[in-house]
Design a protein around this ligand. Sequence first.
Ligand code: SF4
Length: 489
Amino acid sequence: MRKYFIMTFGCAMNQADSEKVNMILLQSGFMRSATIEQADLVIFNTCSVRQKGEDKVFGMIEEIKKINAENKKKGIAHEIKIGITGCMVRRTGLGEKYLTDYKRDRNKSKKINLLKDSSEIFNNDDKLFPRTKGFLDFTLRIEDIKFLPLMLTQIYGESIGNDYKFDDYLKSKQLRENPSSATIIIQTGCDNYCTFCIVPYTRGSENSRPIEEIVQEAKEAVKAGAKEITLVGQNVNSYGKQFVDKKHWNEEKSKWNDGLGKSPFRQLLEELDKIEGLDRIRFTSSNPHDMTQDILDAHFDLKSTCNYLHFALQSGNNKVLKKMNRRHKYEDFKKIVDYLRSRDPKFSISTDIIVGFSGETDEMFADTVKAFDECEFDFAYNARYSVRTGTIASKMFPDDITDRQKAERWHILNDKLLESILKRNQKMLGTIEEVLVSGQKDEYFFGRTRNFKEVYFTVPEGKEVKIGDLSKVKLTELDRYVIKGSLVE
Ligand code: SF4
């Protein structure tokens, strides 16, 4: 039996996508490999947010190349095949002819005999192929995941899986790594075109799954042991835009803000909240400009939504935000933070920040530092700006902040972040919180509170804890980014 290894980079969405790839490969007769060296097939599910992530993929491909060369030299008949999916893939490795026909008539395209000539399937013009000096076996847009068995059939020269069994990316099932905490993809794509971001080009425009389908998947996950569900998508709070009619989206948003009707995302949350046995609903990532009052209030109105929100600020300076084509101002973001914390002081907020974007002066950066002081983030993903080929920023704006300046700003923000985390976590000390246990390390069990604080706790002798338990823990000690405590019942 052939073995595979998936290397996942990036966000929760990519983690969930890898679970889909896992499911397809297992159903196609592959088995998991514990290491890259033992695998017959390695798939990189990539992230394009930073150059570093992309370089790492190419570095690892070089390593695999060496393993293969070594095996060949020793006469060992073991060659590792390599595929790339995720955000580094701008277009799929399927031939242009097929894609054109596919767009024109999806049903007709199924009749094309794709396997009669390999040149119809593999697109050797893809930019990724030359960078790996022809060593890459295939590229596949994650949205075209249903073609994976087809590609593998071509690569291995024998029938693998059922080509049309996995008929839709959003419907493809995931093989969940952690049954007590399930990730469900509800939406993919993005219509926002932030100038620094490649996602709208790689993932296409926004597309949401029907509510019934998501609720059904959530029920199955809960039946299989999930206590927590995380809804993921590029823009979860604009979930269902196509159900409303994209042209009238902004008018509809004003109504939901005024308490007239409910947004599709709020409706989805309400349906999920009815599922018996589901304790926690989380979602990521949200966009400030699509956040409506009914979604904010869902955090407090529904029993399973948690007191935690991740939404991306990117910069504390309005000129930078405008240049990034973000559609919110800092004041809009801050208003949301203030509202949530006024309803619940323990409400956790995390965000994404880019430092060193084109034209960011020291004064502009100082606004981001100020935002850290004012918003007291519970966590932030701070990134140094790096140009992504194909984005609007790569074509229009110079990358004019030196690496040194970017590094300095990044360190300043990370120090600010730790300060903020310690301040926020301090407020949790002495409280008893419910922790969803996700693992064990040395003498500690660990997991997250409802407000997404990472907690490590000890268990007194005679008491038992297992992964998936909701344990009551008294929080007693700060340890940089995490809080320590002990089990109370
Ligand atoms: S909202 Fe902006 S940063 Fe987020 S995926 Fe869309 S374009 Fe990228």
